[in-house]
Design a protein around this ligand. Structure first.
Ligand SMILES: [Zn+2]
Length: 273
């Protein structure tokens, strides 16, 4: 294996690399957790960035990833203050809404925001995604329609490894969530078209109740209510970067008549878990 030579870069940088390699060689271990820890400070105390020891493995974590679509066009077409306003409206609303849904962990990644939910909160995760989607459709995209800016949303569920990595000290102590759900949810969001939720099959399989599977029956312009499937399967077997063959897309936003009740009822479904 080729090693970095002493003449290859200043010694202060070589020292950094050497220290990390020595930690790498010590190996890693993990502890299983059932849930994303609620007391983040306590959680972080256990995670010392420069120690090789512990990762935490949390099973079947759900990741809802909301991504701003068309941000490149936005930055090209709009004045800098308008771009700033758009980012603020999109990102802050996502963070505050996920927080209002009590997501145990929320973070910003690129042009997007992701929220993590525990394995027993699938309906809460879905309700948060539909709420943000409805906001995007009615309040966000409509304000930037000329640039084609919109949101796309991906949801996945899988085990994650987490620990703090980074510099010592509060401000630089970053948690790293390593594992499929954040990556896959982000990739699903990339595949989703405007104002669409694209979910992996393993997340979709949580849903047995019609509340999550069927529409309320309202159809604009139609006198006869008809409950239809909310989700449609999408073949993603040709997408090598996904490790499942079927995704499910959801188009409707909260119904202007029944959305509030549906959202509350969905949240109740998780309480039975
Ligand atoms: Zn309705």
């Amino acid at each position: 294996m080729t090693k970095i030579q002493d003449s290859q870069m200043p010694s202060c940088f070589i020292e950094v690399i050497k220290e990390q390699i020595s930690i790498f060689k010590l190996g890693a271990s993990h502890q299983d957790l059932n849930k994303i820890p609620e007391d983040k400070d306590k959680f972080l105390l256990h995670m010392q960035p420069d120690k090789p020891v512990r990762w935490f493995k949390i099973s079947k974590v759900i990741c809802v990833f909301v991504d701003m679509k068309g941000s490149t066009q936005l930055t090209i077409q709009k004045e800098v203050n308008d771009v700033a306003k758009a980012y603020q409206l999109f990102t802050n609303t996502a963070i505050k809404l996920f927080n209002a849904f009590n997501a145990p962990y929320i973070d910003i990644k690129g042009d997007g925001v992701f929220a993590l939910f525990n394995s027993d909160q699938p309906h809460r995760a879905l309700a948060s995604a539909v709420t943000f989607k409805t906001f995007c459709h009615l309040e966000f995209a409509s304000r930037f329609r000329d640039t084609g800016t919109d949101c796309h949303i991906g949801i996945d569920q899988h085990d994650v490894l987490v620990r703090a990595l980074g510099l010592r000290g509060d401000a630089n102590n970053n948690e790293v969530w390593a594992g499929k759900p954040v990556n896959m949810a982000s990739k699903l969001a990339g595949l989703a078209v405007d104002n669409q939720i694209l979910a992996s099959e393993r997340f979709f399989k949580n849903f047995k109740d019609d509340l999550a599977l069927k529409s309320c029956g309202c159809k604009q312009g139609s006198p006869t209510p008809e409950k239809v499937d909310l989700w449609k399967p999408v073949d993603v077997s040709n997408k090598d970067f996904l490790d499942f063959n079927t995704a499910y897309k959801l188009l409707p936003n909260w119904c202007s008549k029944h959305g509030k009740d549906t959202c509350n009822a969905l949240l109740k479904l998780d309480e039975n878990n």
